[in-house]
Design a protein. Structure first.
Length: 83
């Protein structure tokens, strides 16, 4: 399995959530990039967020966002340390 552009777009949406404040949601407006709108819909279809246009993370979504953000931190930290 590899990262498809669709999965990357979903990871990018998950990375936008503020994990320090679980009461803070997201709203992806209809003027957003089509990839972001589609990714948000897919996250809703997978029951990771509460609304098709964003909303809040579900308990599964919270786990996914935590993993996505941790991976992003690991990858960007390692890249910065290697440079």
């Amino acid at each position: 399995m590899s990262y498809t552009p669709e999965l990357v777009a979903e990871l990018e949406i998950l990375a936008l959530f503020n994990l320090d404040n679980k009461q803070e949601g997201l709203k992806i407006h209809h003027t957003a990039a089509p990839q972001a709108i589609a990714a948000t819909q897919r996250l809703f279809d997978k029951a990771l967020i509460t609304q098709a246009d964003g909303g809040y993370l579900t308990s599964l979504g919270l786990q996914a966002a935590d993993h996505a953000q941790s991976l992003l931190t690991i990858l960007t930290t390692k890249a910065a340390e290697a440079a």
